[in-house]
Ligand binder design. Structure first.
Ligand code: HEC
Length: 171
């Protein structure tokens, strides 16, 4: 795997969040994205999870550079759905957010695991790109920060999780 391509993928990904923020057209607010009305504590929790997502992706790209499909598989497994992730998704108060999160933690990561198991470099990279599309789609749709005047919110009631039929949750 060419180092330049890896750098490019990483650069595009890291750029994604600020680029979408800038597209909120000059009004200096993050107005066009849907605000998740959650408590500060939960915002912090969500952002921490997100930074871990980026770190996992970083590790996955490095593993691909070494043809280390075993590591790719185990990183994707760690990113897969479990009850804890389900709980996090169900209490953000938005069904579309939950659906995108479920897609990310079930279909997207499963596709990466499947392709990596076959040691199919091209298919694994395609599956990784599909996952990143879900990251990007969610970032362009939702936000957790308000500007100006961040307000305080109570935690929304948890929603009912609907997982893909064939998917079995671990832990
Ligand atoms: C289900 C929705 C969703 C998915 C999927 C998602 N994110 Fe996020 N992410 C968010 C939200 C919402 C924010 C806050 C954005 C804002 O307020 O501007 C965020 C913020 C971030 C941040 C900024 C963290 C910080 O501390 O500033 C990073 C980095 C990030 N996400 C990485 C990722 C990566 C990498 C993926 C995919 C592997 C991913 N996210 C998938 C919803 C999502």
């Amino acid at each position: 795997m060419n180092q330049n391509i890896i750098s490019l993928i990483l650069f595009l990904l890291i750029s994604a969040v600020p680029v979408y923020a800038q597209q909120d057209n000059g009004s200096n607010t993050t107005s066009s994205r849907i605000l998740l009305k959650i408590p500060y504590k939960d915002r912090e929790g969500l952002m921490k999870v997100m930074r871990n997502n980026l770190q996992s992706l970083n590790k996955m790209i490095s593993a691909m550079a070494e043809d280390d499909f075993k590591s790719v598989q185990s990183i994707a497994k760690n990113m897969s759905f479990n009850k804890k992730k389900g709980k996090g998704l169900s209490r953000r108060g938005n069904a579309a957010f939950m659906a995108m999160g479920i897609k990310f933690h079930t279909e997207d990561t499963a596709a990466i695991m499947k392709a990596a198991e076959k040691r199919d470099r091209k298919a694994t990279l395609h599956a990784m790109a599909n996952m990143v599309s879900t990251c990007v789609a969610c970032h362009s749709t939702f936000r957790v920060m308000e500007w100006p005047n961040n307000k305080f919110y109570k935690r929304p009631n948890p929603m009912k999780l609907v997982l893909p039929k064939e998917f079995k949750a671990t832990k």
